[in-house]
Design a binder for this molecule. Structure first.
Ligand SMILES: [Zn+2]
Length: 779
């Protein structure tokens, strides 16, 4: 949300929603470690001992009412499927009224007559939409659930919690196989506290995975006949003003519908005090909801970035309420009131962030309004601190709760510039979730590595946090162990030690000091706490895990997790020329895994793995470079800021056998953009010393006419600086040094290099490196 996060998520929603509802199970299995312990073991009253199957046969039948719901049908089918996988026995599914000679005992699913006659207290419980109860009478077992996914949740609670089945990662299953299935079910009922339970990772965007792990995630698309999920109409998940009252349609004729900024009406945001705007918005919301039956939410929220209306009417409400959330909530409440009678199951979500972060003094959100509160000022800025260690966010949360608002949390759990950098935040996220819930929160989304697989610990985190969103009392360390020993088989011990290492890293680094205040990057994969002992120990643990993994699927799982460690190693560069062969081997290993797993994107943005692979090769090439003058600082494509946003005019990293390192940055000659910039590290230079700025460069050349390139130093405090241009006749097709400036480096300076828009003569230039050479090395 900061810098368009909401937009990115919303766009993704459009791309994948509705995708995988009918996906077939293609579950891959791998052996479980014999030391596995069930961390989901249910609490409750032990019921009677039941023997569901012996020697691949069962006396049980699965019983449905004569008119089962579609959820009952799905629950019964999945129960039969997995009990069959566990025991080898076929469990018939029968409907009351078509029982024939079937005598029971029964596994009763949903609201059967058998349940009614049993007069069990559990059957009378209010299980809401998604709660479940497991009850027993004699040898009959009852699986009961609330109105939506309740019966299915009951079945999966039994399979996972009582019987130890697991679906850790999407398209994988871990089903214990037994000759005799004898157990005492734990009699219990449970209603989840969170309505939105969303580990927002690619790993969790799968219908079957979500159903089994009981998440209610925006991207998982659970079909309505299975009870559905937390759903918004496509595109209506976050910022929506531009769709509610489109600028194209209204601004020319009704500028007064839009926000007044500095005395002028401007397109984009809306004037929230204009009654016509309210009516247009109500009509639009109705239209969208009619077109999307079954959705549970729709967002009425400001566009990202632009300020909200400052007209006298809006300003008066802002003034009186002490926050711009005042006029926003007034507006949202009117829409909520208008749609409530016709759409009683739909809630309107709106965004509390930036200007609307703090609640109004006394405008209470309607019961069908949800405040979507983002943790910008907490998890985004300080991902390794617990929420009670940062002040600003908890102040807002408590104030919204005091106002009686329904609150959903938008939390941040990954490094958005480096999805693969290890992120030791397991000790933080769960206490935070518990804090949110203790302060009235009823929905949580943890925005992680959502673009493709390959986020660090993404499968583990998705699974652990899914369990805790369902039941926040579950112990994090026990769940981590459950995952490692259930998922990594023989390789579990070192994989568990790797998680312990991450946890200890958080503890030993006093967690607060792990984030560098560098404006949004948050921390880098080359942070000292990652590249030192952590990398050495983690590398050794993965080596052990690889040796212990004996089956191909376990090896595959270890390899995917290892990408995080390879990533740190590759970003850090070779330790010296002697390390280059091993470094290049690590690069090839990374490429092999990424190709196999379809991992193309490891930051929030366009596909970048291909570019990273070239950059890492360049870093290997750097190790070959010998500097002429001591004290010289040099940079190549791995250090430059490259203007990738220029599209066809953007520079690119290329292999170049003529370059000493084997690599160069190519700038197309058809523009004059400063498409290479070097924000050089001043702390690596001697203060006050004079340096010569030079570039090692060659050109593609077709003629001698006109200019070739230019570059120099730009000092933003002086709006200028020394530089030099070169003509086509002066440049060669072989690498040569060109001196651009002689200057004393200082703050506010950057170095730039630009082509000269003379593609007819100079189609492209190639820069191998730029150097700052001390003018008098002996000085
Ligand atoms: Zn206004």
């Amino acid at each position: 949300m900061r810098y368009g996060k909401y937009l990115a998520a919303a766009m993704f929603c459009v791309l994948v929603s509705g995708g995988t509802a009918s996906a077939a199970d293609v579950d891959r299995t791998a052996p479980r470690n014999p030391d596995w312990v069930n961390a989901l073991k249910p609490k409750g009253t032990p019921g009677p001992e039941l023997t569901l199957a012996t020697n691949h046969t069962t006396t049980y039948a699965i019983l449905e009412s004569s008119q089962p719901t579609t959820q009952d049908d799905k629950a019964a089918l999945d129960l039969a499927q997995y009990l069959q996988q566990m025991t080898g026995a076929t469990f018939p599914i029968v409907k009351e009224g078509a029982l024939g000679a079937v005598q029971g005992p029964f596994l009763s699913v949903g609201r059967t007559h058998l349940l009614e006659h049993a007069k069990l207290t559990a059957a009378r419980l209010d299980l809401g939409k998604e709660g479940y109860a497991i009850a027993a009478q004699g040898q009959n077992l009852f699986l009961i659930g609330g109105s939506l996914r309740g019966p299915i949740n009951a079945v999966y609670a039994l399979l996972e919690e009582d019987l130890g089945c697991r679906w850790y990662a999407r398209e994988t299953a871990s089903i214990p196989q037994v000759d005799e299935l004898k157990f005492r079910p734990m009699l219990r009922s449970y209603v989840p506290v969170l309505e939105l339970r969303d580990p927002y990772y690619w790993d969790a965007f799968d219908t079957n995975w979500s159903l089994r792990n009981r998440t209610s995630a925006i991207q998982a698309s659970i079909p309505l006949e299975w009870g559905g999920n937390a759903s918004w109409p496509p595109g209506w998940f976050a910022h929506s003003f531009s769709m509610l009252v489109p600028t194209d349609q209204y601004f020319a004729t009704h500028p007064e519908y839009f926000s007044e900024i500095g005395g002028k009406r401007v397109p984009g945001q809306l004037c929230l005090s204009n009654p016509d705007v309210v009516q247009i918005a109500i009509a639009k919301v109705r239209e969208v909801l009619k077109a999307n039956p079954g959705v549970r939410f729709i967002s009425v929220a400001q566009n990202d970035g632009a300020p909200l209306c400052e007209c006298p009417l809006c300003s008066a409400v802002t003034e009186e309420q002490g926050s711009k959330s005042g006029p926003l909530l007034n507006f949202v409440n009117q829409i909520a009131d208008a749609i409530a009678p016709d759409f009683p199951d739909v809630k309107i979500t709106t965004l509390a962030y930036l200007d609307t972060f703090m609640p109004p003094k006394n405008i209470k959100p309607r019961p069908n309004v949800v405040i979507h509160l983002a943790t910008d000022s907490h998890a985004w800025e300080q991902p390794f601190l617990t929420v009670d260690e940062t002040q600003k966010f908890q102040t807002a949360l408590k104030a919204w709760n005091a106002l009686g608002a329904h609150i959903f949390i938008w939390d941040y759990t990954v490094n958005y510039s480096h999805f693969l950098a290890p992120m030791p935040d397991m000790p933080v996220v769960t206490p935070d979730m518990r804090f949110y819930i203790a302060h009235g929160v009823t929905g949580i989304m943890l925005e992680g590595a959502y673009i493709n697989p390959g986020g660090s610990d993404a499968a583990l985190k998705s699974w652990v946090w899914a369990q805790q969103m369902w039941d926040p009392s579950l112990d994090t360390q026990a769940l981590i162990r459950d995952f490692n020993y259930g998922y990594y088989g023989a390789a579990a011990p070192p994989m568990q030690q790797y998680q312990d290492l991450e946890w200890d890293t958080w503890v030993q680094n006093h967690h607060g000091s792990m984030t560098s205040p560098d404006g949004g990057i948050r921390y880098s994969p080359t942070s000292p706490w990652l590249t030192g002992d952590f990398l050495t120990q983690a590398t050794a643990l993965f080596q052990q895990a690889e040796q212990l993994a004996t089956d191909p699927e376990t090896s595959r799982r270890v390899a995917v997790a290892k990408l995080a460690i390879l990533y740190v190693r590759l970003c850090a560069g070779p330790t010296g020329p002697e390390d280059v062969p091993a470094y290049l081997q690590a690069r090839d290993e990374f490429k092999g895994i990424a190709d196999r797993e379809n991992i193309t994107t490891i930051s929030e943005g366009p596909a970048d793995v291909a570019n990273d692979l070239v950059r890492w090769s360049m870093m290997a090439g750097r190790a070959k470079i010998k500097l002429d003058v001591p004290g010289t600082l040099f940079a190549d494509g791995t250090d430059f800021t490259l203007a990738m946003w220029l599209g066809a005019q953007a520079p690119s990293l290329v292999e170049d056998p003529l370059a000493e390192s084997g690599y160069a940055v190519r700038q197309p000659g058809d523009n004059t953009q400063w498409s290479i910039q070097w924000h050089f590290p001043l702390d690596k230079l001697v203060p006050g010393k004079t340096y010569q700025l030079r570039v090692r460069l060659r050109a593609d050349k077709k003629g001698d006419d006109g200019p070739a390139f230019g570059g120099g130093v730009w000092d933003s405090s002086k709006s200028g600086g020394p530089g030099q241009s070169f003509m086509a006749k002066d440049v060669t097709t072989d690498y040569q040094w060109y001196t651009l400036a002689t200057f004393v480096p200082g703050p506010n300076q950057i170095i730039y290099l630009a082509p000269a828009n003379n593609a007819a003569n100079i189609p492209a230039i190639y820069t191998e490196r730029i150097e700052l050479v001390p003018v008098d090395a002996a000085q």
